[in-house]
Design a protein around this ligand. Structure first.
Ligand code: PLP
Length: 402
């Protein structure tokens, strides 16, 4: 019997009841704007910022309209100007180079390793080209942060971390987003907390935090924040910082607060699913597991494997066969960008030169979302399906070669 999976790869869990109730309460009183508060009321947005700052151990936190907005704001806050170059990953999602382009800056792409992390040897050769690195922990893979921070600190390069896929993850026990100068997170539906759209920016630097608050459109109401620096930090900034509105609102914050409280528990559930899939895929002929570094605390909200040096047609065959059995895989090696699978050479507004070693890896990256609506049995079944189709195609291509 041919097994088929019938679940949905895009169905997330419902919003926790406490979030639904809090959201209805906000709808009933109508004060959705973060600075629209009754006397003595503290807004959900301000409380959410305080709670998220505590979760990652940051001094300051600003909640904003999206992860992309958080990155653009971080780049502006550290002083990136039109025409500046900004180092970033060749393997990431479109909002990352998009954030660089949004401030008129130009990405300098750094290659990817078989661990799916930024290639630190390639970075070493490019460090002198920019004074900022927008580091994307793409698909939750965290590079050797000890080495990366030593390199960047040594070269005077400011690190901004894109933690869209590492909210709740850590390197050597340090929450992801807390090694760079600024950490950025997304609260978009497919990330680790879900308010449809939304994001956070965290930092310990009072000047950068105050700048970000002003940029986000705080008018002169910054004293209503609970996770912003004291008003002295705004003294001069408030006259010179443009308002580029991108605030979080109280409805989204109400939905997010219980999710931030549940984050650690949810991350553990993702990892159970991730390791069930990984175990089911291990030792499949032709398939390379992406091994995780012992210092990484992961959040397995998606899983990747490599079909390294496979012919494109064979990879495409695996994708189609799995799709026919209900398993939705994404491939970063396709010639045309499909859904979220674009690459550095898809972003034609940004100059790039081909990176042979990275292209070889990207051509083999297969990706799968792991929503929490999957049971552990679902994960075991999905792994069996992938395993059988990869093995079958691998066998066929071996036969055609011999
Ligand atoms: C989703 C995502 C972001 C930010 O996305 P928004 O949709 O703007 O919240 C940033 N980086 C990566 C790698 C992402 O996947």
């Amino acid at each position: 019997m041919t097994e088929i999976f019938t679940g949905s790869f895009t169905q997330q869990e419902p919003i926790p009841e406490a979030g639904i109730e809090a959201a209805i309460d906000v709808l009933r009183h109508g004060r959705l704007h973060r600075y629209n508060t009754a006397p003595n009321e503290i807004s959900h947005t301000a409380l959410l910022e305080q709670e998220f700052a505590a979760t990652v151990g940051a001094k300051y936190c600003l909640a904003v309209a999206s992860g992309g907005y958080a990155m653009g704001t971080a780049l502006r806050a550290v002083g990136v100007k039109p025409g500046d170059k900004v180092l970033s990953n060749a393997f990431t999602l479109a909002p990352v180079p998009g954030a660089i382009a949004s401030v008129g800056a130009v990405p300098v792409f750094v290659g990817v390793t078989e661990s799916l992390t930024i290639d630190l040897d390639d970075l070493a050769t490019k460090l002198d080209q920019a004074r900022v690195l927008l580091l994307s922990h793409m698909r939750g893979h965290i590079c050797d942060m000890d080495r990366l921070m030593a390199m960047c600190d040594g070269a005077g390069v400011v690190v901004i971390e894109d933690c869209a896929h590492t909210m709740g993850a850590a390197w050597d026990g340090v929450p992801s987003g807390r090694q760079g100068t600024i950490g950025c997170y997304s609260c978009q539906t497919y990330k680790h907390v879900n308010s449809g759209e939304g994001g956070f920016l965290v930092t310990d630097d009072p000047h950068l935090a105050a700048t970000a608050v002003m940029l986000s459109g705080s008018y002169m109401l910054f004293e209503r924040h609970l996770a912003a620096p004291p008003k002295e930090a705004f003294a001069d900034l408030k006259y010179t910082t443009p308002n580029i509105s991108g605030r979080m609102d109280n409805l989204r914050a109400a939905i997010l607060r219980p999710q931030v409280q549940d984050l650690a528990k949810q991350c553990a559930r993702w990892n159970e699913r991730y390791y069930a899939l990984e175990q089911g895929l291990r030792d499949t002929p032709g398939l390379t597991i992406v091994e995780r570094h012992p210092k990484e605390t992961i959040v397995g909200s998606s899983i990747q494997f490599l079909l390294l040096d496979w012919a494109s047609a064979a990879v495409q065959d695996v994708i189609s066969r799995c799709a026919a059995r209900g398993v939705e895989l994404k491939w970063f090696g396709a010639r045309e960008p499909v859904a979220f699978t674009s690459r550095y050479d898809s972003w034609r507004y940004a100059p790039s030169t081909p990176m042979e070693a990275s292209d070889r890896i990207l051509a083999g990256v297969v990706d799968m979302r792991v929503p929490l609506t999957f049971s552990l049995e679902d994960c075991a079944l999905i792994a069996r399906i992938i395993r059988s189709e990869v093995s079958a195609v691998y066998q066929l291509s071996a036969e055609s070669v011999s």
